[in-house]
Design a protein around this ligand. Structure first.
Ligand code: FAD
Ligand code: NAP
Length: 492
């Protein structure tokens, strides 16, 4: 049946130039149109991109059915495993995602890793369209000597550890040192600095994992440096997050006024959000604080500072060579204007001693399946507005589509756009015609491979368990961090 060119959206849209298929009696025709009106769509990944794409498709197409496949037994991607535990309001988007998952035309299948448990060609065979929304699961390496030493880790792994990402649950970073250096000046770097410096009692009522809280309680880290290869006008973090850092209880900022010389004139020309951010930096660096703030800073036992115009060259080993003891930085100056401003080395070097190095220079997507084009340089699936280049019926959204930058709201807009392109193609008859089996075919494959998917109602059982475990200690939840335990609790 699938080989005939019948279209899923029924007779009303059938091109007038083409007669209905021979032998289609009215009752058979009715049967076909009901079946074919239901486009079966699958989304890979249940982070914001996956859920927002599904939401758009379900809202804009009254018959579409969407299956969301997720490699973790639990949904929500970086909303669960990335967003900082002390930012619970950001996680409210989970309520919207839950509404989407409760739609009778949507299903969530966790514990299914696409590329391992099922291939993209198998999904394409089973569905009218496949959307890849699997995010950026890796980190960008600095590719400098010493990066592999104990005492060095990626901010991605550190974030995964305090948020209970199964693969990072055993990280146990050594916080027995006085000074930590974070390489990079984006919002992830600020999240990591804030978690390192926040008094642990302020994290007790968040969903940070019990293990991470225990290690943070024993932490001896007093100073955190955030190192940027460019200057104050090029920082990648945003004003709300900077303000939070400046007001962090028990911590004081260290900014060198010399880094801000001449900036007052330059900020007149920059866009307003950048201007406000730089003004806040400038005020913090150069203005004398009022008596109350001065007293607060004087009594602070911890500190954080921004080091500008420094590009990492090497992680320095301790004398016994066993672990990181510092970072060698090339002093830089800026060349070019506006967005194209580049850091170039002056030839001078500087060593910054520390016991912990966290590299926070960005996340990175991985290729998921050899059949899917992948741009290894940019770390994205090559696409035009979400349509994967040269592969009809295959789409992408979120970080794997546009690279690992942008907040949840950016990801939402981007995912709606992908959904729109898919529906346009569906309407234009560019997707496979005839019915597709959808999950029924994939379920048979998974079952033959011994994979037991976790449904959304299964997740709700795990959710209830986490909430119950958190109640005793006043936490919104105590996250389950071991997938085996999750599956055991579900009787899988
Ligand atoms: P993800 O959220 O990463 O989702 C991808 C999903 O795909 C994951 O669930 C993953 O498990 C799954 N997956 C991966 N591979 C496979 C596979 N092979 N098969 C099946 N499933 C797979 N934005 C804000 O607005 N506010 C914040 O406070 C904020 N904090 C952040 C903190 C951190 C540390 C980071 C890194 C980002 C933060 N962001 C924040 C940005 C926001 O998280 C992203 O914009 C958004 O999560 C990107 O969505 P995504 O769906 O593309 O990727
Ligand atoms: P990011 O915003 O892209 O910042 C990366 C930082 O690393 C930049 O300072 C960059 O400097 C630096 N860098 C990159 N390559 C480098 C190199 N080779 N050597 C030295 N420095 C290098 O990435 P991110 O911090 O991972 O954040 C990812 C996205 O998530 C962002 O859009 C962010 O806003 C979002 N997020 C939001 C929140 C929030 O809303 N609270 C929290 C966390 C994350 P250059 O500019 O010089 O390249």
């Amino acid at each position: 049946m699938a080989s005939r060119c019948w279209r899923w959206w029924g007779w009303s849209a059938w091109p007038r130039t083409r007669p209905p298929p021979a032998g289609s009696t009215p009752s058979f025709r009715h049967h076909l149109s009901t079946q074919e009106k239901t486009p079966q769509i699958c989304v890979v990944g249940s982070g914001p991109a996956g859920f927002y794409t599904a939401q758009h498709l379900l809202k804009q197409h009254p018959q579409a059915h969407v299956d969301i496949y997720e490699k973790q037994p639990v949904p929500f991607g970086l909303v669960r495993f990335g967003v900082a535990p002390d930012h619970p309001e950001v996680k409210n988007v989970i309520n919207t995602f839950t509404q989407t998952a409760h739609s009778g035309r949507c299903a969530f299948w966790g514990n299914v890793e696409v590329g391992r448990d099922v291939t993209v060609p198998e999904l394409r065979e089973a569905y009218h369209a496949v959307v890849l929304s699997y995010g950026a699961e890796d980190h960008r390496a600095l590719e400098i000597p010493g990066e592999e030493l104990p005492g060095v880790c990626s901010a991605r792994a550190f974030v995964g550890w305090y948020n209970g990402l199964p693969e990072n649950r055993e990280l146990e970073p050594d916080l027995c040192c006085d000074t930590a250096v974070i390489l990079g000046q984006g919002n992830v770097a600020l999240d990591v600095a804030r978690i390192l410096l926040t008094p642990p009692e302020h994290l007790e009522r968040t969903d940070i994992t019990k293990a991470a809280l225990g290690v943070l309680r024993q932490s001896r880290v007093k100073t955190v440096w955030l190192v940027g290869r460019r200057g104050p006008l090029q920082v990648a973090f945003t004003i709300k997050e900077l303000r939070e850092m400046i007001q962090l209880p028990g911590a004081r900022p260290i900014l060198d006024p010399a880094d801000f010389l001449g900036l007052q004139d330059k900020i007149k020309e920059v866009p307003r959000p950048r201007k406000r951010l730089t003004e806040l930096l400038l005020r913090t660096a150069t203005e004398k604080p009022g008596p109350e703030e001065a007293a607060r800073r004087a009594s602070a036992s911890r500190a954080w500072g921004l080091r500008f115009f420094r590009s990492p060259q090497q992680v320095l080993p301790s004398p016994d060579g066993r672990r990181a003891a510092g970072v060698r930085l090339a002093v830089t100056r800026l060349e070019g204007v506006g967005e194209a401003t580049r850091a170039v080395p002056t030839g001078d070097m500087e060593d910054l001693p520390c016991g912990l190095v966290l590299s926070s220079v960005g996340y990175k997507s991985r290729p998921v399946d050899p059949s899917v084009p992948f741009d290894s340089e940019l770390g994205v699936i090559p696409n035009v507005e979400g349509r994967v280049m040269d592969v009809p019926g295959l789409y992408c959204s979120g970080w794997v589509k546009r690279g690992p930058t942008g907040v949840i709201a950016t990801t939402m807009t981007d995912s709606f756009l992908t959904g729109q392109m898919l529906l346009q193609d569906l309407k234009a008859g560019l997707l496979p015609s005839g019915p597709r089996p959808g999950y029924a075919a994939i379920q048979a494959l998974l079952s033959s491979r011994g994979v037991r998917p976790v449904s959304f109602s299964d997740w709700e059982k795990l959710d209830a368990e986490e909430v119950a475990r958190g109640q005793g200690t006043g936490k919104p939840r105590e996250k389950l961090v071991d997938p085996q335990e999750m599956l055991r609790l579900l009787g899988h």
